[in-house]
Ligand binder design. Structure first.
Ligand SMILES: *[C@@H]1O[C@H](CO)[C@@H](O)[C@H](O)[C@H]1NC(C)=O
Ligand SMILES: *[C@@H]1O[C@H](CO)[C@@H](O)[C@H](O)[C@H]1NC(C)=O
Ligand SMILES: *[C@@H]1O[C@H](CO)[C@@H](O)[C@H](O)[C@H]1NC(C)=O
Ligand SMILES: *[C@@H]1O[C@H](CO)[C@@H](O)[C@H](O)[C@H]1NC(C)=O
Length: 218
């Protein structure tokens, strides 16, 4: 299952490092894109490194990073506070088609010490890469003017409320009136309909459901 909401929620429980800046993270996301399109790893990997695919430990040398994927779209968020990147890849014309979300964490030496990737493909829940592409392209991801930016805590609380709602219908989520959700290839609006129930999204500090907050939207 790959969910996208306006606040991308991904992994991270990493302390920020002085070494982390946007230029470093942009290099990392470029290297990840190069890897995804060529199937040859271009990321500077730390040793040891934690690598998971669809939440399970996996092997870099035989896994998704070895596939050369024909991408139609990519988009990365860079979080310099947590020294991490989140990249979405949409590949409807690849065989097989994929929609992939990957978060990468970078250590104080500028090396990647954690990669968690979620891959969806034909047959997965609501999978429709062409729809995902079409809706994703309509999203306005232009930088938010500085004066209009919310704090990290406010953004995190909104993400938490959304995830809490899956297991507690009493939680109040600050939906915007024009809120749209993209679940797999399915577009949902308004956002307060069709949220799953009875799903406890636990261990958010440890799993892929950790926080990814892209404050300046860079
Ligand atoms: C980013 O990559 C460029 C080109 O390889 C390199 O010159 C630059 O030093 C890198 N910057 C950082 C912060 O890693
Ligand atoms: C990633 O997306 C950017 C912006 O749309 C585009 O310029 C770039 O060519 C894409 N890179 C790959 C490897 O597809
Ligand atoms: C459900 O959410 C409501 C509103 O936030 C809260 O008061 C209540 O304690 C929550 N219930 C559980 C079981 O967590
Ligand atoms: C959550 O974390 C605890 C402590 O690490 C672990 O025992 C438990 O199995 C985890 N639960 C899930 C659903 O991953």
């Amino acid at each position: 299952m790959l969910l996208t909401i306006i606040l991308p929620v991904a992994a991270l429980a990493h302390s920020a490092t002085a070494a982390c800046d946007l230029a470093l993270l942009q290099n990392i996301s470029s290297a990840y894109l190069a890897t995804a399109t060529t199937g040859k790893n271009a990321l500077p990997l730390a040793d040891p490194i934690t690598y998971t695919e669809n939440l399970k430990p996996a092997t870099i040398s035989t896994g998704m990073l070895t596939k050369a994927i024909k991408l139609s779209h990519n988009r990365t968020l860079h979080d310099t506070t947590q020294c991490a990147t989140y990249t979405e890849l949409i590949a409807p014309d690849n065989t097989p088609p994929y929609v992939i979300g990957t978060q990468i964490r970078v250590n104080a030496d500028g090396k990647v010490d954690k990669i968690e990737t979620l891959t969806t493909t034909t047959g997965d829940w609501l999978f429709n890469a062409k729809n995902t592409l079409s809706y994703s392209l309509k999203e306005n991801r232009a930088p938010i003017p500085e004066a209009e930016r919310l704090t990290r805590d406010v953004i995190k609380a909104a993400g938490d409320a959304y995830l809490d709602l899956f297991n507690n219908k009493s939680v109040s989520v600050p939906w915007g009136s024009d809120c749209e959700r993209l679940e797999g290839g399915q577009h949902v609006s308004p956002c307060n309909v069709g949220v799953p129930s009875g799903v406890a999204l636990v261990n958010r500090s440890k799993t892929y459901l950790q926080y990814f907050i892209n404050l300046p939207c860079v």
